[in-house]
Design a protein around this ligand. Structure first.
Ligand SMILES: [Mn+2]
Length: 259
């Protein structure tokens, strides 16, 4: 076995421009969600091929314990590979549920692994793409957990352990983060903080941001930036069938499709 690369260091920091992308996130695929898996496979067959690029902005999988640990995902990987094999581009960013998605997964499905965040030009408009959790800055236990689990040393250490121990290590990181930040975080403080997004956008020199994570889809436009948030996917909860994506119009304007 070759030396493990920390997934957080394996993502590309710049990629060629996108011409006509379809963007999704938070599909939350899991073996116990067969209807969501079917909906995603249908999307790959019927919708994604209408676009030149498919961009997945994190939490494609509900849990990902390493590229060597998820035999359940073989049919998904095979279908993603079919998509990229037609000459279309597949770009995958890990989220927080699937933060251990790494280069072996990317190679298996023919994807470009993206670092989070990343600026990519779409129809000549620079766009900041992110999973979004980095902007939940007032949720301090979450950010502490994120710092631990995004550290390259922690990731390499987890991936060097047997799969059964990895789950415990994730739990341990969460326990440690909560212990370091005692006290309840009120729901209103857990979400995306607009000023934090604006700061990142300004630092990156962009006015358009696209992300997922908090499952509050829509366009949030203010004087400084446009923040477009993707929907989560859910087909396995009683009476629930939702999904959606963001695409771009001819002139470079984004649009959201909520189903
Ligand atoms: Mn997430």
């Amino acid at each position: 076995m070759t030396e493990k690369t920390a997934p957080v260091l394996a993502g590309l920091r710049s990629v060629p421009p996108l011409t006509n992308p379809v963007i999704i996130s938070d599909v939350h695929l899991a073996a116990n969600k067969p209807k969501t898996i079917m909906a995603f496979l249908r999307f790959l067959k019927d919708v994604a091929p209408r676009y030149a690029e498919l961009v997945i902005l994190g939490d494609l999988f509900d849990y990902w314990m390493g590229d060597d640990a998820t035999p359940d995902a073989e049919p998904i990987i095979a279908t993603l590979k079919l998509y990229s094999a037609t000459g279309r581009r597949l770009l995958v960013m890990p989220g927080d549920r699937d933060l251990l998605i790494g280069p072996d997964f990317a190679r298996a499905c023919g994807a470009e692994l993206l670092s989070d965040p990343i600026v990519i030009s779409v129809k000549d408009v620079p766009v900041l793409f992110a999973h979004g959790d980095e902007w939940c800055v007032r949720h301090r236990p979450y950010q502490a957990w994120r710092r631990i689990t995004h550290s390259p040393a922690w990731q390499v250490s987890v991936l060097s352990k047997p799969v059964t121990e990895r789950v415990a290590m994730l739990q341990e990181a969460e326990d440690r983060a909560v212990a370091e930040n005692p006290g309840e975080v009120p729901p209103a403080e857990r979400g995306i903080i607009e000023s934090s997004v604006a700061e990142s956008a300004r630092a990156a020199g962009v006015e358009l941001v696209i992300h997922g994570h908090t499952h509050r889809p829509g366009a949030h436009v203010n004087a400084v930036i446009e923040r477009w948030e993707l929907p989560s996917w859910e087909f396995d909860r009683e009476g629930c069938a939702k999904s959606g994506w963001i695409t771009f119009r001819e002139g470079g304007r984004p649009q959201i499709q909520l189903l």
